[in-house]
Design a protein around this ligand. Structure first.
Ligand SMILES: Cc1cc2nc3c(=O)[nH]c(=O)nc-3n(C[C@H](O)[C@H](O)[C@H](O)COP(=O)(O)O)c2cc1C
Length: 275
């Protein structure tokens, strides 16, 4: 699936929206979202996936609930997908669904990832694939006060300093902006990505020849247990790759552990190899 505009623009514009208009998404936009879903079928790891938009306006007193409705106002449309099971499926799912989130963003719609949702709310999803998370999509309204308080509590507008995330050669040496060179923007776009509870579990080490080794720090056991940190890494892959390709930096993803000395609770996941 391709974005129409520059990915960096959509990445900078995106933020989680929790207050939606109850209005319908205009048919032309809905058609474009459905086309994007139809085009989002294969992860870089080779898993196959299918995504759809499910319309389910919120009704008070429904017997089957979506999840933490308290935070979400007037959710009506949902990106819901299913991916074939494999050791990398959660990352593959994060990668693919983030492409759809960014497509919706460039169409001027609001989105919010939801890791905590009730699968019974979506009986439309059948088969034995995985649905680790969903995303709300819709016309946005201005944030309410409760949402502002919640965003400030989880520091949603903040990202840790780049020295927390990016390293050169090994985990002892931070990667400076100037040393990152043409990969500085892809790394910055990764840093702006959404993550479960804003935990920002990405830890990236650049190796020889601009190979980037993506590691995952288990920042919160609760999110890790639900598979959310793996999804977060997939989202980071999407941002990094989209911004790299925007700068005509081509590459491919391979799981080839460089076996670096690792800090506590940090695991290798995947690497970007320039081609
Ligand atoms: C995998 C994943 C799961 C998430 N689950 C939820 C959720 O269940 N409820 C919610 O309100 N926000 C959820 N979020 C949104 C994050 O809280 C949000 O991305 C983070 O605070 C950063 O804020 P931003 O997206 O506005 O940049 C989730 C995000 C990700 C990536």
């Amino acid at each position: 699936m391709h974005l129409n505009g520059p990915p960096s623009q959509a990445i900078r514009a995106r933020r989680s929206v929790r207050n939606y208009s109850p209005e319908a998404i205009p048919p032309d936009l809905l058609r474009q979202l459905n086309e994007a879903c139809a085009d989002t079928t294969r992860s870089p790891f080779g898993e196959t996936a299918s995504f759809q938009i499910i319309e389910k306006p919120f009704k008070r007193g429904e017997p089957v609930k979506l999840g933490n409705y308290g935070l979400q106002r007037n959710p009506r449309y949902f990106f819901v997908g299913s991916i074939t099971r494999s050791p990398t499926a959660l990352m593959g799912y994060g990668y693919l669904l983030e492409h759809l989130v960014l497509r919706a963003t460039e169409l001027g719609l609001g989105t919010c990832w939801m890791g905590y949702f009730n699968p019974e709310f979506f009986p439309e999803v059948t088969g034995d694939g995985l649905t680790p998370a969903i995303a709300i999509v819709g016309k946005m309204e201005k944030p309410r006060i409760g949402e502002k308080i919640m965003r400030s509590a989880i520091k949603a507008d903040k990202r840790k300093d780049r020295s927390t995330f990016f390293f050169d050669g090994d985990f002892d040496r931070p990667l400076s902006r100037s040393d990152a060179g043409e990969y500085e923007n892809p790394l910055e776009m990764l840093r702006l990505g959404p993550s479960s509870g804003n935990t920002q579990c990405w830890r990236i080490v650049r190796g020889h020849g601009n190979v980037f080794h993506f590691h995952m720090r288990i920042v919160k056991k609760k999110y890790h247990a639900a598979g959310m940190h793996h999804v977060d890494i997939g989202i980071a892959m999407a941002h990094f790759e989209l911004a790299a390709r925007e700068a005509s930096l081509d590459g491919e993803w391979r799981v080839e552990d460089p076996r670096l000395a690792l800090p506590d609770v940090t695991e290798y996941r995947v690497s970007w190899f320039p081609v």
